[in-house]
Design a protein around this ligand. Structure first.
Ligand SMILES: *Cc1c(COP(=O)(O)O)cnc(C)c1O
Length: 221
């Protein structure tokens, strides 16, 4: 891999760490409570190795096949996060490979996850702005899905996850993030997965514990 790419990943990671720190500072939060999930989808194993060599251990993938290929080629102490749409018939396989699934939304997925014997961390994905064609459950279905998650011994319920609506100014996401954080507190979620390259600082100010950042680290896909 050209050194240029390595140094740009290095610079990007440092820059993001500083921005995480400042966002935490602005609301009196502890930066150690924010996990940066480096979203490596569509990027090569070399890219991941480079970030790994810099000490990074949390990586996110959104397709089971790409995930499987990468898991087998990379060091065992990586913390893998599944952040993509999870087809039920792949849920068992994915649960065998990752530490955390951010995109739980159905009983069918949970039944498949329960067919293997690891216990993974799980987030329920909420379609917070009720956007058409977007994954995640609607708020009115939360109680039902939560009950199923809590009944599933192979999932340690962590909290809610959302993908903010596409906006030009991250401030426009704030109310959605705030609403998700409130909902999360109400149902006893201890962790909160929200914020991407364009809006992670606002997400942190609203309480995110897991931010999922891809292009700001690895470049445009
Ligand atoms: C791709 C993806 C991300 C990362 O998006 P960037 O804008 O590249 O930071 C985060 N979350 C999910 C669910 C994604 O699919």
């Amino acid at each position: 891999m050209p050194d240029q790419i390595a140094s740009s990943i290095n610079a990007a990671l440092s820059d993001i760490q500083v921005r995480i720190f400042r966002a935490c500072e602005s609301v009196n939060r502890d930066p150690a409570k924010v996990t940066l999930v480096a979203v490596s989808k569509n990027f090569s194993v070399d890219h991941i190795n480079r970030a790994y060599d810099l000490g990074h251990r949390h990586f996110g993938e959104s397709k089971w096949q790409e995930l499987e290929t990468k898991v087998h080629q990379l060091p065992k102490d990586i913390n893998w996060h599944f952040i993509g749409k999870l087809q039920s018939n792949k849920a068992k396989r994915v649960a065998e490979l990752v530490n955390t699934i951010h995109t739980i939304e159905s009983e069918r997925q949970l039944k498949e996850i329960a067919k293997q014997d690891r216990t993974i961390d799980g987030f329920i994905q909420v379609n917070i702005a009720s956007e058409q064609q977007k994954s995640g459950i609607l708020m009115q279905d939360l109680d039902k899905v939560l009950l199923n998650v809590l009944k599933c011994n192979q999932v340690r319920f962590r909290g809610l996850m959302t993908i903010g609506p596409e906006v030009s100014d991250p401030e426009e996401s704030r109310n959605y993030f705030r609403e998700l954080a409130m909902l999360n507190r109400k149902i006893g979620g201890t962790h909160l997965s929200m914020g991407m390259s364009g809006d992670f600082e606002v997400a942190i100010q609203e309480g995110a514990t897991h931010i999922r950042v891809g292009s700001a680290i690895f470049g445009n896909r």
